[in-house]
Design a binder for this molecule. Sequence first.
Ligand code: GTP
Length: 365
Amino acid sequence: MTDPLSASHEAAGAREDAQVAGLLNWLSGAAILFLSGIGTKAWFAGHTLHAWVLWIFAVLVGLTIVQFSLTRNQPRQKASLIVIAALLFMYLVASGGESNTGPLWFYVFPPLLFFLTDLKTGTAVLLMCCLVAAIVFEFPQLPFVGAHYSYDFKIRFFATLAFESIFCFILEAGRLKARNELVELAATHEHAARTDELTGLSNRRDMQQRLAEEFSRYQRSGHHFSVVLIDLDLFKKINDVFGHDAGDSVLRQFSGVLSEVVRKTDSGARWGGEEFLLLLPNTSLLQALTLAERLRQRVASTSFVFRNQTLPVTLSAGVCSIANSATLADLLKQVDLHLYNAKQAGRNRIAPRVRQSEDGMTTST
Ligand SMILES: Nc1nc2c(ncn2[C@@H]2O[C@H](COP(=O)(O)OP(=O)(O)OP(=O)(O)O)[C@@H](O)[C@H]2O)c(=O)[nH]1
């Protein structure tokens, strides 16, 4: 049977992905504006090559937006942005940018890295870039290195960068911890709102949502589904004779049997007091009747025990397919009517009944 808790986690994950996608686009747009603007300034200051390099980086960032809109692959977009940012900062350190101010942009790198990737990868990339910066600082005669930095600048640059990186790391670790706790809490609350406390099955509210989703899927794709409305027989008697705790125990034991009998794709919910509703996707009326009958037999042959006393438990059920109903409300009305007929016919049975005709065809009445 489908698990309401994993559904809550999936919903939270999808919401977060959508938020990150929006933020990434905003960030990329801002980066393009900055790079184009500073490139233009460099152009007018006579630093033609520097201007072209910055514009090329602006185009590369633009390409990551195009890449994401075509593939919807967020991890790949993030990886591309990390590579672009690392190359840009390396270029700024090696060339010195305008008036040797290039390394100042390096301070943008730590928070950006921790936003784009996890703490471990972010730290690894940051250390690697710092190593390259240290080599550039130490060996200004290397090819592609056009900047010379003073000893004081180098010391202060690494000291402040180390301070900023550690600070960013601690903040990000705290943010992640708080975020995980919040996601867990939200999922727990959402799970509680969808679950019946006594049996652990979905509650009526969750089932109504599932029914609405399945009905719109049926309208779109034409895939049939069926429902089974189950009522435990003479349940009041169990409560009266054995006590309310015994009744609660029967409801829990029955839920266990129900979960064992139905398929993983089916959903079962506690519909009301001692009533349960099964939603069976891609299931015809006859298939649903077969499953309901199997469940009835299983319950009738199971020993429900409470404090060493065996309790008499049987069920009656109504079954209906969406193929025989115009609307969801009509489906629920019909299945309720079938349940009523099963009760009227003497309980411990399923309605409509299945008949084997002379030509071997199976029909329901
Ligand atoms: N122990 C327990 N009993 C419940 C719970 N919810 C509903 N009930 C009881 O279930 C009983 C249902 O009784 P009825 O509606 O008369 O139905 P029934 O005795 O099952 O008779 P039929 O449905 O006609 O077979 C009532 O006594 C309710 O109090 C619950 O959560 N725990």
